[in-house]
Design a binder for this molecule. Structure first.
Ligand code: MG
Length: 304
């Protein structure tokens, strides 16, 4: 998409504000990740040219962001408890565990017995349907911060039905691909919380619009992760400084996913579970060009 379409739209053009780039891409349907890759780079570039931190250019206010982690389905309950212990000891402020049929009620009861007070949320990645409503109601007893995407990946209608019947806040993830989708989900009361992912919504311009819409309506948002390497991770940090990001996100340290990150310094989380937001120009993280060159398998160069 970048090679065939987006590069030719942007090369040789100037912008006063990087949100213009988002407008140039507006006629393109879908392809949010490719659009986000280019648009977010333009935001970073603009911040560097103006010599201000990227987060300030976005309108962010937080100087440090609270971090959580996401823990996948494990081979055994013991293994899950061990992983949770590692992350809680590392200072992370919210633990999210993935659930699916057969790895839900009993697992949560076990986790709550060991950790009655941690901020705990679950992500079902669309593993249930409305036929599972009795089980989903039972999860109310675990005082979860939220249940993320219990039903189909593109649904907002059944979620609205489910939210009426459970106390736990539903958080939508996959269906929120634009401001329009967020507006409809909130209007239908399909969720009380939104997981905002830069790559999923097509870049900072759309993410800011969704954030502002939710902020005005008191709907908390938080930043989900898509296993970003350092550059994407640094963009997530900048976005998470907007005032509506009140819940710890899935933005975690580089070393949680990568032996070596492609940026320097690597992203680190302090013992209190916060990432300090860099107060220098751009993202505050530099790409390690030598290292990137060494691990590159394919390359495209676009010139004017
Ligand atoms: Mg999710």
């Amino acid at each position: 998409m970048i090679k065939e379409t987006l590069a030719s739209i942007i090369i040789g053009r100037n912008w006063a504000a990087p949100s213009e780039v988002s407008q140039w891409f507006q006629p393109i349907r879908g392809h949010q990740m490719a659009r986000a890759a280019i648009e977010n780079a333009c935001w970073d570039l603009t911040a560097r040219v103006r010599n201000i931190p990227l987060y300030k250019l976005l309108g962010g206010t937080l100087k440090k962001i609270p971090c959580g982690v996401s823990i996948g389905i494990q081979d055994s309950p013991e293994q899950l408890l061990e992983k949770i212990k590692t992350e809680v000891d590392a200072g992370y402020r919210r633990i999210k565990i993935k659930i699916k049929p057969g790895w839900d009620y009993d697992i949560l009861r076990l986790v709550r017995r060991h950790y009655p007070d941690i901020q705990l949320s679950v992500d079902a990645n669309s593993a249930y349907t409305l036929a599972d409503i009795d089980l989903l109601k039972c999860l109310d007893e675990f005082n979860l911060l939220m249940i993320e995407q219990p039903l189909s990946y593109d649904d907002i209608i059944d979620h609205s039905e489910l939210q009426k019947q459970i106390k736990t806040a539903i958080c939508l993830d996959e269906p929120i691909t634009s401001l329009d989708k967020a507006r409809k989900a909130i209007k239908m009361k399909s969720c009380l919380i939104i997981n905002l992912k830069l790559g999923r919504v097509g870049g900072f311009s759309e993410a800011i619009k969704i954030h502002d819409y939710c902020y005005e309506r008191n709907v908390p948002v938080w930043c989900g992760g898509m296993l970003e390497a350092g550059i994407g991770r640094s963009h997530n940090i900048a976005m998470s400084t907007l005032p509506g990001f009140r819940i710890p996100g899935d933005v975690s340290a580089s070393k949680r996913y990568y032996k070596e990150d492609i940026i320097e310094p690597p992203v680190t989380v302090n013992e209190e579970g916060f990432i300090n937001v860099p107060q220098v120009s751009g993202t505050g993280y530099e790409p390690r060009e030598d290292y990137i060159e060494r691990i590159t398998v394919r390359k495209e160069v676009f010139s004017v």
